[in-house]
Ligand binder design. Structure first.
Ligand code: NCN
Ligand code: DMD
Length: 591
């Protein structure tokens, strides 16, 4: 008998679903004092650490003061806008982030971290519980306001101490208080059906399943993120979208076939989307997966292993080739540490997902365990999910890992059946003697793990490909953590019907692993460029991917794929924007 009446429970869920963070559409209608009191009373019933009730509510009506607050927020808005990649900045320009002047009331919700003295139950171990309690009060306020038909917008475009100082000066706000929320509150012309940021395409709602872990972290009800991605890839059916694109291409005001490879990219994007025109694949983000390699000890590269983490620092500081190219094409750069040997300091843009500190030497045993290979794949799928939920519509693979062209060559040999002599390349620029040694090391590793195709010395494409039967085993034996992460990104992107641009030889090796795990996933991938590494061309051919660019690049990091990103977007735009012969009144050619 303790549950609410069915109607009351349903009403509660309706309020939860109908609550919006409101930034547009406030009206000038005054808020009735009784209504405001009910809303604040709801906030005051929130749970709090040790029943300390650390909140206070400062109700602001003064127009001049609110105008000053709005100008503080405008400064922070400008700072944020200046930090954004071009495509994001364009989208942000159309978003409203506060209604400080338009809403008739401002409510500053504070937290007194000292309230109750020394012995607040539960706060001595977790001091942040005081502020968390205040956030609970804000949520109560928000829901009660919605039930009363009042809109609330929580504005965080403030530097907290700057806001506190201004409020201290103007209205006597005590300076020992923390400011948890500035809320715009008032009547609204309507409540939107979905969050404004979702409707604007800024971000997407994450499915509940991704957020729920049962018994073990990562178990989302019968499987992990990799299982989920592989299952979702199995249902990719490109037939309708491709057919619609091919049909539209025949009616577009260009001579038949004149769009060349751009048409094929448009067809591919439409196939993946199941629709034509496909969504414009912007904004783009490059995820640079970084890891070290035990095989480095065998002298397969002229560079010291520390260059991996030094280059990661360079990416995060914005000083690498990937940053320059990302700036040029308006993409974001994130770095994912799946296996760098060094400990990395926290930094904006760094996703710490270390599975282990570098792999082991693949010529002495497996580079990693199957569990570790799987964990890095899962990390890649989860990075794809997070980046897509954050609003990205094009994923670009990137890699950093000294000695990873050795691991990539070994994987490409194992998946294509080609010989070590054919697949092994010069990587960062090894000289002839080192190339011969590197090739021998690749052969040794493949032999040790039973991954060498029986007749692979002859160099032709082999029918017997030992890795196909056990892709995870091959990845664990001769792969790399960043290669596994990229394979996960490729699967995660395809699973979400979000195209992924494949970079150089390392991404090519990862794509072979991913395609062996989920063959239909490759419908979601585009060949960004052709690297000079021989293993790259072999993997692209094997996967049926036609590279968009051939610039003689061998940088890695995602550089070549980034340069191709605008071409991918242009292919989608052509399908959306090029008029048909009928619509434009252009005569089609005589039969
Ligand atoms: O992308 C490519 O095709 C490519 C070709 C040669 C080298 N690389 C990069 O160079 C590093 C590995 O080279 P190496 O010689 O140490 O194996 C690694 O960080 C890769 O991103 C990348
Ligand atoms: C300098 C340098 C930059 C790189 N970027 C990707 N791999 C790299 C390897 C080296 C050595």
């Amino acid at each position: 008998m303790s549950a609410l009446e069915a109607g009351d429970a349903a009403a509660l869920h309706r309020v939860l679903a109908a609550r919006r963070d409101v930034r547009t559409g406030f009206t000038t209608d005054p808020v009735d004092d009784d209504v405001l009191r009910r809303v604040l009373a709801a906030a005051h019933t929130a749970p709090s650490v040790g029943f300390s009730q650390p909140w206070d509510f400062l109700v602001l009506r003064d127009d001049d003061l609110r105008a000053e607050l709005a100008s503080l927020a405008a400064d922070q808005r400008a700072t944020f806008a200046a930090s954004l990649p071009a495509a994001r900045a364009r989208a942000f320009a159309g978003l409203k982030v506060e209604a400080i002047r338009e809403a008739p009331l401002g409510v500053v919700v504070t937290c007194d971290p000292t309230r109750g003295g020394r012995h607040v139950l539960g706060r001595q171990t977790q001091p942040r519980m005081a502020a968390h309690s205040v956030a609970g009060a804000v949520q109560n306020l928000w829901l009660a306001a919605r039930a009363e038909g009042l809109g609330v917008g929580w504005v965080s475009f403030f530097r907290e101490r700057e806001l506190a100082a201004l409020l201290g000066e103007r209205v006597g706000l005590p300076q020992h208080l923390e400011i948890v929320a500035y809320l715009c509150l008032g009547h609204v012309s309507e409540f939107a059906g979905a969050p404004e940021l979702e409707s604007a395409g800024w971000a997407r709602r994450r499915p509940l399943e991704w957020a729920v872990h049962t018994d073990t972290w990562g178990n989302h009800g019968g499987g992990d993120a990799l299982d989920g991605a592989i299952e979702a890839c199995a249902s990719i059916d490109v037939t309708e979208g491709e057919a619609a694109a091919r049909e539209r291409l025949t009616r577009m005001t260009v001579p038949p076939g004149a769009l060349g490879q751009m048409a094929e990219v448009g067809v591919r994007l439409s196939g993946l989307a199941g629709d034509c025109p496909p969504p414009i694949p912007e904004p783009a983000v490059v995820a640079v997966f970084a890891g070290d390699h035990g095989v480095h000890a065998r002298g397969v590269t002229p560079w010291p292993q520390e260059v991996t983490h030094q280059m990661v620092a360079n990416f995060l500081a914005g000083g690498a080739a990937v940053n320059a190219f990302a700036n040029q094409v308006g993409a974001e750069v994130v770095v994912v540490d799946v296996g760098v040997a060094a400990e990395l300091d926290e930094a904006p843009g760094l996703l710490p997902r270390k599975v282990r500190r570098g792999t082991a030497d693949m010529t002495a045993g497996p580079a990693m365990s199957r569990e570790e290979a799987r964990a890095a794949l899962v990390a890649g799928v989860e990075v794809a999910r997070d980046l897509v939920a954050a609003g990205n519509r094009l994923l670009v693979t990137g890699d950093m890992g000294i000695a990873n062209t050795t691991a990539s060559a070994a994987l490409v040999a194992a998946f294509t059946g080609e010989s070590p002599e054919v697949v092994t390349g010069r990587g960062t620029g090894v000289h002839d003697a080192m190339l011969a040694h590197k090739t021998a090391v690749v052969r040794e590793a493949l032999e040790l793990h039973g991954l060498l195709a029986p007749d692979s010395s002859e160099g032709a494409l082999r029918s017997e490909r030992p890795a196909e039967a056990d892709p995870l085993g091959a990845l664990a034996a001769v792969g790399g953590l960043e290669i596994a992460g990229i394979a996960g990104l490729l699967l995660g992107g395809a699973a979400l019907r979000t195209p992924v641009v494949v970079d150089g030889v390392v991404a090519g090796a990862a794509a072979l692993v991913a395609a062996a795990l989920a063959p239909t996933a490759s419908h979601g991938w585009l060949g960004g460029h052709r690297s000079v590494e021989p293993a790259h061309t072999l993997s692209l051919t094997h996967l049926g991917l036609e590279p968009l660019l051939d610039l003689g690049l061998r940088v890695g990091e995602g550089t070549g794929a980034l340069l191709a990103a605008p071409l991918v977007a242009a292919a989608a735009r052509a399908l959306a924007e090029v008029a048909t012969f009928d619509a434009a009144g252009v005569a089609s050619k005589d039969a």
